[in-house]
Ligand binder design. Structure first.
Ligand SMILES: Nc1ncnc2c1ncn2[C@@H]1O[C@H](COP(=O)(O)OP(=O)(O)OP(=O)(O)O)[C@@H](O)[C@H]1O
Ligand SMILES: [Mg+2]
Length: 232
């Protein structure tokens, strides 16, 4: 194998002419218009754009939570177009970790139980679930909070728990839709630092949506959306 071949980088996300239209009453909303986006495995991509520019729509399509109106979406060599909802769930479980602005933790479960919850769907026995959750909580410096409930945590701690839950299945891609939107600027920076650690130490591809330009730096590739179109 030549050096060039051995260094070949893998495209983990590939969207071609991706379009999404929503029907809103009698109106058609062109939320995404012919998006062409390639992301290499291990990249850290920041997506910026004004409210309504299509960021959440794009994240949800990449996560297989929403179907495209037209165009191609390939995630880790699998085409999402035409997949059944079961196939999409499996793809999500194996490849994608998602973090949202609102944390979405289960209030009646402890930190440890929240984090191990995704493993319940994977038929993994209790001891292994617990060990995996404890390991990821330790990586995110949350070991002291394992038996606390979400209400007992600060916003930044809640978001770290949500990140732990997103990582428990060892995904290849971490999708984060305005994960810092509910945090003050100090905590927001901490979360971004954590994403960098996950990107660099675990090799995950990170797609990070934000409104806040001060959180984007040279470690990331900036992608801008405007009115459903990609600017660069
Ligand atoms: N379920 C829906 N039905 C109809 N229109 C929708 C729906 N979801 C989103 N839209 C519209 O699609 C466009 C893109 O919305 P989207 O939520 O992707 O934007 P966004 O960039 O994430 O905005 P924000 O920064 O406010 O979260 C907007 O015009 C929005 O009103
Ligand atoms: Mg949004």
């Amino acid at each position: 194998m030549s050096v060039k071949q051995s260094k070949k980088v893998k495209k983990i996300i590939h969207c071609t002419d991706l379009t999404k239209e929503y029907q809103f009453g009698s109106e058609v909303i062109h939320a995404l218009q012919k998006i062409n986006l390639e992301v290499t495995e291990g990249e850290f991509v920041a997506i910026m754009g004004k409210s309504g520019s299509g960021k959440t729509t794009l994240i949800n399509i990449l996560a297989g939570l929403l179907s495209a109106s037209s165009g191609k979406v390939i995630i880790d060599n699998q085409s999402l177009v035409g997949m059944s909802s079961d196939q999409l769930s499996l793809m999500r479980r194996e490849i994608i970790g998602i973090v949202f602005q609102m944390f979405n933790l289960h209030p009646g479960l402890t930190v440890l139980e929240n984090v191990e919850l995704p493993l319940l769907f994977n038929d993994i026995d209790k001891d292994k679930r617990r060990a995996a959750a404890q390991e990821i909580l330790s990586f995110l410096q949350l070991s002291d909070y394992t038996n606390n409930y979400p209400d007992e945590l600060s916003g930044g701690e809640k978001q770290r728990v949500a990140i732990a839950r997103a990582l428990i299945n060892e995904p290849k891609i971490l999708l984060a839709d305005e994960p810092t939107g509910n945090l003050n600027s100090l905590l927001a920076k901490e979360i971004v630092t954590l994403f960098k650690k996950i990107n660099q130490e675990k090799g995950l591809t990170v797609i990070f949506v934000t409104h806040d330009e001060s959180l984007v730096d040279d470690d990331m590739r900036l992608v801008k959306l405007k009115d459903g179109k990609l600017l660069n």
